[in-house]
Design a protein around this ligand. Sequence first.
Ligand SMILES: Cc1cc2nc3c(=O)[nH]c(=O)nc-3n(C[C@H](O)[C@H](O)[C@H](O)COP(=O)(O)O)c2cc1C
Length: 321
Amino acid sequence: MVSAKLYDGRLAVDIAGLKMQTPVTTASGTFGFGLEFTDFLDLEKVGAVCVKGTTLLPREGNKGQRAVETPSGMLNCVGLENPGSDYFLNETLPKLRKYDVPVIVNIAASSPEEYGELAHKLDVDGVDAVEINISCPNVKQGGIAFGTCPDSAAAVVEQVKKHFTKTVIAKLSPNVTSITEMALAVENAGTDAISLINTLIGMKIDIERKRPVLGNITGGLSGPAVRPVAVRMCYEVAQKVHVPIIGMGGIEIAEDAVEFFLCGASAIAVGTANFRNPCIAETISHGILDYMNRHGYNKLTDMIGAALPEGSFALRSGRKE
Ligand SMILES: Cc1cc2nc3c(=O)[nH]c(=O)nc-3n(C[C@H](O)[C@H](O)[C@H](O)COP(=O)(O)O)c2cc1C
């Protein structure tokens, strides 16, 4: 629980019970467990630390090359390498709890039941929310990602809701035809909030070797290249659902974050930009305040959804239709 009022409370948001002093969080997989970044920024000055994708058991991740730079972004196929839930709970969480900042654990599994089991294990003091990575392959359905099928995504959310007592965030995959269909499916299944977007599937060819560059052949595209897609999806989803949205995808500066707020996001996450500038999450909060001062907004919540079509404001962070 965060005590002192940061930014005079002007940036405070409440994401379905997850109270944050600033809407700027970190995107899973780009900020380690947060502890790796303490030489660069004050963890207590981000809204919440979202840790790397955590699985029930440790995972080694993919073999071969795992990342490559692309125009305005990068492709990665880390493959959810992580030390597993026991290590997280016994070794990492006690260290993270020394900081006065909410913790979101990003979770991954291969069946709805396994998601439920993992969520149950993580339902402990110090874990304030789980973010469900539904971009994982559903082993029982031949490896099709949960996040590309509304019924599978809903089944995962239902299991997690059953086993976790605090805030549940469903993280949508952009690799779908209709993002609003997926958003409605997870909302109807009971998610408390939605985050969007995960990475877009892409690939790069090494033309000398005449082979894909990445060990996994395909990878997830992130960075500024995906921002227009993410903003569009936020705009569409915000008009359909009532749960709060955490927007992400290519946010590098405060002005990028503002695009998401105006399109209905109540909070944002900084991802790939952390690799270039590890202090950026803290810097962005100050830039958001500058924008608010220039535009006469006293509170962040006053600008959420301001670019949505007239009459389509959803109820989020105190903003009423
Ligand atoms: C190296 C890397 C690892 C990632 N790992 C995860 C992960 O474990 N779980 C997850 O839900 N998203 C993961 N993501 C996706 C990001 O959290 C984020 O949704 C995406 O990169 C878009 O934001 P960005 O363009 O600001 O990076 C990862 C992204 C990158 C670049």
